[in-house]
Design a protein around this ligand. Structure first.
Ligand SMILES: [Fe+2]
Ligand SMILES: [Fe+2]
Length: 405
């Protein structure tokens, strides 16, 4: 059973919530608290009985401890709990305070179906990542670090009074960490966007320059990466590879005649596909260093799995799902190493990211054996990749030649 704690100071809202969610009582064990202080005591009490809460849903505005302070405490006490905040639109400024401590924001009054869907989805993600230690580690991540040189560039850009939204967007889009952090913010239902946002450009124009400056310079939502010393791991290389994979994914999607939304999703999923490597290198440098060292050039997701019982694909997908990114992107990240295992067995985003990753990693091999590229055999034959591959490869080589000019 999923255990959920709802926190709201208004008795009517708690009662309404109770009634609204009665149909879930066979799947969810629900507790209700009237203040932040009571919520913390309830969490403590159940934790002592070894029944921690899987999800905490809190109102933002409450007398005494508000939702932002409460979720900051919950993050420390119970890092693997999924943390959701409910808030009215007038609270945009205070919501900004919760950015690092909240996984998703929901609009108040909340649509019961949306709330059910959000909780079910967040919880279903746990199947991806069964290791409790890693669930805690990933649950605590509020934002991802940025490449120092790009971070400095964004800071300079934001402090320049003549910089436009598009200038800022272009710099942010060069960085994996900032892209993920920004999309986390705008993907939440709180902002009430009718369509999911999958480009940095749209995310930036939606948030607006003033709020972005407040978030970056005031709240420090972007962080410069500290040096990560894991043998075999390079932040610069990961960034470079992510940008290349994103470009190759958009190119393949274009070759397949997909629409603009699919092209944007392909680019975003390509950009974020290996984000789990960054999480692993940052959170367990010693263990991950050994995995990378033992695997050497023969590194695959299978070698990771042997040692960690999980892969960078699962870790990345879990994080992005927790942050409310779209199912399409989360699925592509989860299955980019083994698209043959994806639930949708078509030439879709997981296959495109898988192939884009290989194109980005092996650009020089004009006629390599598919085995050498370690392309998933099921997708080679099952999804017709074998026939498309020469055209994709030619397009990629042409793209690289054009980029060199
Ligand atoms: Fe990967
Ligand atoms: Fe990759």
């Amino acid at each position: 059973m999923t255990r959920i704690l709802f926190v709201d100071d208004e008795p009517n809202i708690r009662e309404g919530m109770r009634r609204m969610l009665r149909s879930m009582r066979n799947e969810w064990e629900m507790e209700f608290a009237e203040s932040g202080e009571t919520a913390l005591a309830t969490i403590e009490q159940w934790r002592a009985l070894e029944k921690p809460f899987d999800v905490v849903v809190s109102d933002m505005r409450m007398p005494g401890m508000d939702g932002a302070d409460l979720l900051a405490r919950v993050k420390d006490m119970s890092p693997d709990s999924v943390r959701l905040i409910l808030s009215g639109h007038s609270d945009t400024a205070s919501i900004m305070k919760t950015v690092g401590n909240t996984h998703q924001y929901l609009n108040k009054p909340c649509d019961p179906d949306l709330l059910k869907r959000t909780i079910k989805r967040a919880f279903a993600l746990r199947l991806l990542l069964r290791d409790e230690h890693l669930q805690k580690v990933v649950g605590q991540i509020g934002s991802l670090p940025s490449l120092p040189v790009v971070y400095q560039e964004v800071m300079t850009c934001l402090q320049n009074p003549n910089a436009s939204l598009s200038d800022v967007g272009k710099v942010i889009a060069k960085d994996v960490g900032m892209t993920a952090t920004l999309l986390k913010l705008v993907s939440s239902a709180f902002f009430g966007l009718s369509k999911p946002v999958s480009t940095v450009e749209r995310a930036v124009s939606f948030i607006g320059l003033d709020t972005l400056v407040a978030l970056v310079l005031g709240q420090g939502i972007f962080k410069e990466a500290p040096p990560i010393s894991v043998p075999g791991f390079s932040l610069e290389k990961l960034w470079h590879h992510s940008l290349e994979t994103a470009a190759a994914a958009r190119l393949i999607a274009g070759e397949q005649g997909l629409d603009k939304v699919a092209l944007d999703d392909a680019f975003l999923a390509g950009m974020l596909h290996d984000i789990g490597k960054l999480v692993l290198a940052q959170s367990m440098p010693d263990v991950y260093g050994v995995v990378l060292r033992d695997a050497g050039v023969g590194f695959t997701a299978a070698t990771e799995y042997q040692r960690l019982q999980t892969t960078h694909a699962d870790v990345g997908a879990y994080l992005l799902g927790l942050w409310g990114l779209t199912d399409a992107v989360v699925e592509a990240v989860a299955f980019h190493e083994n698209p043959g295992d994806a639930p949708t067995q078509v030439l879709g985003l997981p296959v495109i990211i898988h192939c884009a990753d290989r194109l980005a990693r092996f650009p020089d091999q004009t006629n390599p054996a598919h085995e050498q590229l370690s392309l998933d055999k099921r997708c080679l034959d099952g999804f017709g990749v074998r026939e498309h591959w020469p055209a994709w490869q030619a397009a990629w080589l042409a793209h690289l030649a054009g980029a060199d000019k």
